[in-house]
Design a protein around this ligand. Structure first.
Ligand code: TXA
Ligand code: MG
Length: 337
């Protein structure tokens, strides 16, 4: 995609009063601001401003327009963007602020521009719980469109340093709020009439959502719907291409035996056979805690990838709780590309 803007210099600021004020100023001017959320860092722009939103697509190198999540400060702001039926309301009151994105029908006068919604009649909305994100949203007073602050297809950033390494000069300002607590993206649930549908597993477990709804969640159909090159018909979460979150190394899953020279991404005990032969070892959670594992996932993938190994062998990770999201991201990281 042709870049409409000359290279600019990126400012890195700690997420204090000065940083938040600078972020608001940049957003008002149509700029791009990377900011911390509890899941991963977001690359934010004024969701009402199509030119600003276009810069997000250009900076990330998204191969095609793929709808963005509108971040707002609270439920009142959310209801100006979309229509919340019974299920969407129940989920919002149970999990907001927090790592849940709800896809609802867009309000006719929704201020979120068409480009941010990629022309869809629905809109994805999230109220993050991170203090800095909420401060920015409150001070800005309007929805902020924000995908993860990585180049399209790369691993999502969980620190300010990851953002700088990946997007560098494409961003006007990076607010440094330390490492993200949750470490994987938000769970995305569509409430578009009829039973709710899981579009992307993430920071809130399927079981927790089903407990609130009192009924099973449909989906996800991610692997089926987005098989191959991601050129499938109208996938529900269009961004969920099968090859995503990709490190340079090959990724081998559910490994029972590590081969010589591979790096090992471990998950507590017992370690797979041959772990002592691994070129490098990082443990997602020495105690086998899935919440801790999610928080370390992307940083550990990046660190092992940076060693230049050919293959990252990943120990088996159970599919319950946050394990569903972790396994989903690892499956994408291992997909052919
Ligand atoms: O945790 C997160 O959700 C992070 C932080 C920054 O909030 N954001 C994030 O955004 O992961 P992104 O763009 O990397 O992923 C958003 C996903 C994409 O797969 C996109 O296709 C899907 O949400 N999406 C957005 N709007 C949608 C809609 N109206 N219907 C279905 N899927 C939608
Ligand atoms: Mg992303």
């Amino acid at each position: 995609m042709a870049k409409a803007h000359p290279p600019r210099s990126t400012t890195l600021l700690p997420a204090g009063k000065v940083g938040v004020a600078a972020a608001v100023e940049r957003l008002e001017g149509g700029g791009l601001v990377a900011f911390p959320t509890e899941t991963v860092y977001g690359l934010g722009a004024d969701a009402r401003n199509p030119e600003a939103v276009a810069r997000i697509y250009a900076a990330k190198g998204r191969p095609r327009f793929n709808p963005l999540i509108a971040h707002v400060v609270d439920m009142e702001a959310a209801t100006r963007l979309g229509f919340f039926g019974r299920r969407a309301r129940a989920l919002a009151s149970a999990f907001w602020p927090g790592p849940l994105t709800i896809v609802v029908p867009a309000e006719a006068k929704s201020p979120v521009c068409d480009l941010a919604r990629a022309g869809l009649e629905s809109v994805a909305i999230r109220v993050p719980s991170h203090k800095v994100a909420l401060e920015v949203l409150k001070a800005f007073g309007a929805p902020v469109a924000a995908p993860s602050a990585n180049r399209s297809g790369h691993v999502s950033p969980t620190t300010a340093a990851h953002v700088l390494a990946d997007l560098g000069a494409e961003v006007d300002l990076v607010l440094d709020g330390g490492a993200c607590d949750v470490g994987v993206e938000s769970t995305i649930v569509a409430c578009l009439g009829g039973p709710a549908r899981l579009l992307r597993p993430g920071g809130i477990s399927r079981a927790a959502i089903e407990a609130v709804l009192g009924e099973p969640l449909q989906g996800p159909m991610l692997h089926e719907a987005n098989a191959g090159d991601g050129e499938a018909d109208a996938p529900l979460a269009p961004g969920m291409l099968s090859s995503h979150y990709a490190p340079n190394a090959q990724v081998r899953l559910d490994v029972r035996e590590v081969k010589k020279g591979e790096a090992l991404l471990a998950f507590g005990a017992p370690r797979p056979d041959g772990a002592d032969k691994a070129a490098h070892v990082l443990d997602l959670s020495p105690t086998g805690d899935l919440v801790e594992a999610a928080a370390h996932l992307y940083a550990h993938l990046r660190a092992l990838d940076a060693t230049g190994v050919g293959t990252i062998a990943v120990a088996p990770i159970p599919a319950e709780g946050l394990g569903e999201a972790i396994r989903d991201r690892l499956a994408r990281a291992s997909a052919k590309r």
